[in-house]
Design a protein around this ligand. Structure first.
Ligand SMILES: Nc1ncnc2c1ncn2[C@@H]1O[C@H](COP(=O)(O)OP(=O)(O)OP(=O)(O)O)[C@@H](O)[C@H]1O
Length: 234
Protein backbone atom coordinates (compact mmCIF):
# COMPACT_ATOMS: atom_id res chain seq x y z
CA UNK A 1 0.00 0.00 0.00
CA UNK A 2 1.20 3.50 -0.78
CA UNK A 3 2.30 5.60 2.19
CA UNK A 4 0.32 8.79 2.81
CA UNK A 5 2.39 11.94 2.47
CA UNK A 6 0.62 13.31 5.56
CA UNK A 7 -1.53 11.56 8.12
CA UNK A 8 -3.06 12.84 11.34
CA UNK A 9 -4.36 10.23 13.75
CA UNK A 10 -6.65 11.04 16.66
CA UNK A 11 -5.18 14.49 17.04
CA UNK A 12 -6.18 16.56 20.07
CA UNK A 13 -5.64 20.26 20.52
CA UNK A 14 -7.16 22.30 23.30
CA UNK A 15 -6.47 25.80 24.49
CA UNK A 16 -7.14 27.12 27.94
CA UNK A 17 -10.03 29.56 28.04
CA UNK A 18 -10.44 31.15 31.44
CA UNK A 19 -11.40 28.35 33.80
CA UNK A 20 -12.48 26.05 30.98
CA UNK A 21 -10.93 24.74 27.80
CA UNK A 22 -11.45 25.51 24.17
CA UNK A 23 -11.41 22.39 22.03
CA UNK A 24 -10.12 22.96 18.51
CA UNK A 25 -9.29 19.38 17.48
CA UNK A 26 -10.52 16.23 19.17
CA UNK A 27 -10.12 12.77 17.68
CA UNK A 28 -9.23 14.45 14.40
CA UNK A 29 -8.15 12.21 11.53
CA UNK A 30 -6.90 13.26 8.12
CA UNK A 31 -4.68 11.94 5.37
CA UNK A 32 -3.38 13.15 2.07
CA UNK A 33 -1.66 11.32 -0.78
CA UNK A 34 1.23 12.55 -2.92
CA UNK A 35 0.14 14.84 -5.73
CA UNK A 36 -3.14 15.56 -4.02
CA UNK A 37 -4.42 19.09 -3.47
CA UNK A 38 -6.88 19.54 -0.62
CA UNK A 39 -8.71 22.74 0.29
CA UNK A 40 -9.16 23.56 3.97
CA UNK A 41 -12.21 25.80 4.23
CA UNK A 42 -13.55 26.80 7.64
CA UNK A 43 -14.88 29.93 9.32
CA UNK A 44 -12.48 32.28 11.04
CA UNK A 45 -11.46 30.90 14.42
CA UNK A 46 -12.38 27.30 13.56
CA UNK A 47 -8.75 26.20 13.78
CA UNK A 48 -7.23 26.29 10.30
CA UNK A 49 -3.95 27.82 11.46
CA UNK A 50 -3.84 25.45 14.41
CA UNK A 51 -4.25 22.49 12.06
CA UNK A 52 -1.57 23.77 9.67
CA UNK A 53 0.83 24.37 12.58
CA UNK A 54 0.30 20.86 13.92
CA UNK A 55 0.61 19.28 10.45
CA UNK A 56 3.73 21.37 9.84
CA UNK A 57 5.36 20.31 13.13
CA UNK A 58 5.39 23.89 14.36
CA UNK A 59 3.11 23.00 17.25
CA UNK A 60 2.78 19.73 19.14
CA UNK A 61 -0.69 18.27 19.51
CA UNK A 62 -1.98 17.49 23.02
CA UNK A 63 -2.63 13.95 21.86
CA UNK A 64 -2.57 11.74 18.78
CA UNK A 65 0.11 11.47 16.14
CA UNK A 66 1.27 13.20 12.97
CA UNK A 67 2.96 11.07 10.31
CA UNK A 68 4.96 12.62 7.49
CA UNK A 69 5.62 10.10 4.73
CA UNK A 70 4.86 7.35 7.23
CA UNK A 71 7.19 8.56 9.97
CA UNK A 72 5.56 9.34 13.31
CA UNK A 73 6.73 12.70 14.64
CA UNK A 74 5.45 12.64 18.24
CA UNK A 75 8.53 11.04 19.74
CA UNK A 76 11.05 13.23 17.89
CA UNK A 77 12.95 15.72 20.00
CA UNK A 78 12.89 19.39 19.02
CA UNK A 79 16.06 19.24 16.92
CA UNK A 80 14.84 16.28 14.91
CA UNK A 81 11.44 17.88 14.45
CA UNK A 82 13.14 20.99 13.11
CA UNK A 83 15.22 18.93 10.68
CA UNK A 84 12.16 16.96 9.62
CA UNK A 85 10.23 20.18 9.03
CA UNK A 86 13.07 21.71 7.03
CA UNK A 87 13.57 18.63 4.87
CA UNK A 88 10.03 17.38 4.31
CA UNK A 89 7.56 20.24 4.66
CA UNK A 90 7.11 23.47 2.70
CA UNK A 91 5.12 26.49 3.84
CA UNK A 92 3.44 29.27 1.89
CA UNK A 93 1.80 32.14 3.76
CA UNK A 94 -0.61 34.89 2.79
CA UNK A 95 2.26 37.37 2.93
CA UNK A 96 5.29 36.01 1.19
CA UNK A 97 7.90 36.52 3.97
CA UNK A 98 10.71 36.64 1.43
CA UNK A 99 14.01 38.02 2.70
CA UNK A 100 14.11 41.62 1.42
CA UNK A 101 17.90 41.88 1.13
CA UNK A 102 18.19 38.88 -1.17
CA UNK A 103 17.23 38.37 -4.81
CA UNK A 104 14.44 36.01 -5.87
CA UNK A 105 17.07 33.45 -6.88
CA UNK A 106 18.88 33.71 -3.53
CA UNK A 107 15.60 33.39 -1.63
CA UNK A 108 15.00 30.05 -3.36
CA UNK A 109 18.63 28.95 -2.94
CA UNK A 110 18.86 29.63 0.80
CA UNK A 111 16.73 26.78 2.19
CA UNK A 112 18.64 24.34 0.00
CA UNK A 113 22.00 25.61 1.23
CA UNK A 114 20.82 25.46 4.84
CA UNK A 115 20.03 21.83 4.13
CA UNK A 116 23.60 21.32 2.91
CA UNK A 117 23.40 21.60 -0.86
CA UNK A 118 26.32 23.29 -2.63
CA UNK A 119 25.82 26.80 -3.95
CA UNK A 120 25.98 25.84 -7.67
CA UNK A 121 23.49 23.00 -7.18
CA UNK A 122 21.13 25.21 -5.19
CA UNK A 123 21.38 27.90 -7.87
CA UNK A 124 20.66 25.40 -10.62
CA UNK A 125 17.51 24.12 -8.93
CA UNK A 126 16.38 27.64 -7.98
CA UNK A 127 16.71 28.72 -11.61
CA UNK A 128 14.69 25.73 -12.80
CA UNK A 129 11.94 26.43 -10.29
CA UNK A 130 11.76 30.12 -11.11
CA UNK A 131 11.63 29.29 -14.82
CA UNK A 132 8.86 26.82 -14.11
CA UNK A 133 6.97 29.54 -12.24
CA UNK A 134 7.59 31.81 -15.27
CA UNK A 135 9.63 34.35 -13.34
CA UNK A 136 13.06 33.28 -14.57
CA UNK A 137 13.74 36.70 -16.12
CA UNK A 138 13.07 38.37 -12.73
CA UNK A 139 15.40 36.06 -10.80
CA UNK A 140 17.94 38.76 -9.96
CA UNK A 141 15.39 41.20 -8.56
CA UNK A 142 14.77 41.73 -4.89
CA UNK A 143 11.24 41.18 -3.55
CA UNK A 144 10.47 44.92 -3.44
CA UNK A 145 11.11 45.07 -7.18
CA UNK A 146 8.57 42.34 -7.92
CA UNK A 147 4.77 42.50 -8.16
CA UNK A 148 2.63 40.83 -5.49
CA UNK A 149 1.90 37.89 -7.78
CA UNK A 150 5.57 37.51 -8.67
CA UNK A 151 6.58 37.63 -5.01
CA UNK A 152 4.07 34.92 -4.21
CA UNK A 153 5.36 32.72 -7.04
CA UNK A 154 8.90 33.10 -5.64
CA UNK A 155 7.54 32.11 -2.20
CA UNK A 156 5.97 28.99 -3.73
CA UNK A 157 9.23 28.10 -5.51
CA UNK A 158 11.06 28.54 -2.20
CA UNK A 159 8.55 26.33 -0.38
CA UNK A 160 9.17 23.39 -2.73
CA UNK A 161 12.92 23.98 -3.16
CA UNK A 162 13.80 21.10 -0.83
CA UNK A 163 11.33 18.75 -2.57
CA UNK A 164 9.05 18.37 0.46
CA UNK A 165 6.49 15.61 0.81
CA UNK A 166 3.95 18.09 2.14
CA UNK A 167 3.14 21.67 1.20
CA UNK A 168 1.06 23.68 3.66
CA UNK A 169 -0.41 26.93 2.41
CA UNK A 170 -2.31 29.47 4.50
CA UNK A 171 -4.38 31.75 2.22
CA UNK A 172 -1.59 31.75 -0.39
CA UNK A 173 -3.49 34.06 -2.73
CA UNK A 174 -5.46 35.95 -0.07
CA UNK A 175 -3.48 39.12 -0.57
CA UNK A 176 -3.85 39.28 -4.36
CA UNK A 177 -6.47 40.65 -6.75
CA UNK A 178 -8.75 38.00 -8.34
CA UNK A 179 -6.92 37.81 -11.67
CA UNK A 180 -3.46 37.55 -10.11
CA UNK A 181 -4.83 35.13 -7.54
CA UNK A 182 -6.07 32.82 -10.33
CA UNK A 183 -2.71 33.05 -12.08
CA UNK A 184 -0.73 32.22 -8.94
CA UNK A 185 -3.13 29.41 -8.09
CA UNK A 186 -2.63 27.91 -11.58
CA UNK A 187 1.14 28.01 -11.05
CA UNK A 188 0.76 26.35 -7.65
CA UNK A 189 -1.46 23.63 -9.12
CA UNK A 190 0.98 22.92 -11.94
CA UNK A 191 3.82 22.63 -9.46
CA UNK A 192 1.88 20.25 -7.20
CA UNK A 193 1.06 18.01 -10.16
CA UNK A 194 4.58 18.11 -11.52
CA UNK A 195 6.38 17.56 -8.21
CA UNK A 196 3.95 15.13 -6.57
CA UNK A 197 3.95 17.08 -3.31
CA UNK A 198 0.76 16.78 -1.23
CA UNK A 199 -0.74 20.24 -0.72
CA UNK A 200 -3.13 21.36 2.00
CA UNK A 201 -4.36 24.83 1.15
CA UNK A 202 -6.38 26.92 3.63
CA UNK A 203 -8.59 29.36 1.78
CA UNK A 204 -11.77 31.34 2.14
CA UNK A 205 -12.13 31.41 -1.63
CA UNK A 206 -14.73 28.82 -2.62
CA UNK A 207 -13.99 29.22 -6.30
CA UNK A 208 -10.36 28.18 -5.77
CA UNK A 209 -11.39 25.47 -3.30
CA UNK A 210 -13.68 24.01 -5.95
CA UNK A 211 -10.71 23.62 -8.28
CA UNK A 212 -8.83 21.36 -5.86
CA UNK A 213 -9.24 17.58 -5.61
CA UNK A 214 -11.39 17.79 -2.49
CA UNK A 215 -12.22 20.08 0.36
CA UNK A 216 -12.34 19.54 4.11
CA UNK A 217 -13.50 21.61 7.04
CA UNK A 218 -13.20 21.50 10.85
CA UNK A 219 -16.39 20.64 12.67
CA UNK A 220 -16.84 19.53 16.26
CA UNK A 221 -13.09 19.01 16.55
CA UNK A 222 -13.01 16.68 13.54
CA UNK A 223 -11.70 17.16 10.02
CA UNK A 224 -14.62 16.33 7.76
CA UNK A 225 -15.31 16.44 4.01
CA UNK A 226 -16.89 19.61 2.72
CA UNK A 227 -19.08 19.60 -0.36
CA UNK A 228 -18.65 22.83 -2.25
CA UNK A 229 -19.66 21.63 -5.69
CA UNK A 230 -16.19 20.47 -6.61
CA UNK A 231 -15.20 20.84 -10.24
CA UNK A 232 -18.58 22.26 -11.23
CA UNK A 233 -16.92 25.58 -11.90
CA UNK A 234 -14.90 24.35 -14.88
N1 LIG B 1 -2.11 30.02 21.65
C1 LIG B 1 -3.43 30.12 21.81
N2 LIG B 1 -3.99 30.21 23.05
C2 LIG B 1 -5.32 30.28 23.23
N3 LIG B 1 -6.21 30.25 22.21
C3 LIG B 1 -5.72 30.15 20.96
C4 LIG B 1 -4.32 30.07 20.68
N4 LIG B 1 -4.15 29.98 19.35
C5 LIG B 1 -5.37 30.01 18.80
N5 LIG B 1 -6.33 30.10 19.76
C6 LIG B 1 -7.78 30.12 19.55
O1 LIG B 1 -8.13 28.93 18.87
C7 LIG B 1 -9.12 29.19 17.87
C8 LIG B 1 -8.60 28.73 16.51
O2 LIG B 1 -7.56 29.61 16.09
P1 LIG B 1 -6.89 29.52 14.64
O3 LIG B 1 -5.93 30.64 14.52
O4 LIG B 1 -6.39 28.15 14.41
O5 LIG B 1 -8.18 29.79 13.70
P2 LIG B 1 -8.28 30.02 12.11
O6 LIG B 1 -9.36 29.11 11.63
O7 LIG B 1 -6.95 29.89 11.50
O8 LIG B 1 -8.79 31.52 12.05
P3 LIG B 1 -8.54 32.65 10.90
O9 LIG B 1 -9.24 32.19 9.65
O10 LIG B 1 -9.20 33.86 11.51
O11 LIG B 1 -7.06 32.82 10.75
C9 LIG B 1 -9.43 30.68 17.94
O12 LIG B 1 -10.60 30.81 18.74
C10 LIG B 1 -8.23 31.26 18.66
O13 LIG B 1 -8.59 32.40 19.41
Amino acid sequence: MKTDALRLENVERHYREGEGKLTILSGANFSMASGEMVALVAPSGAGKSTLLHIAGLLERPDGGEVYVNGEGCGSLDDDRRTAMRRDTIGFVYQFHHLLPEFSALENVMLPQMIRGLSKPMAAERAKQLLDYMRIGPRADHRPAELSGGEQQRVAIARAVANTPYVLLADEPTGNLDPKTSGYVFDALTALVRQSGVAALVATHNHELAARMDRAVTIEGGKIVPLDIGLRTAS
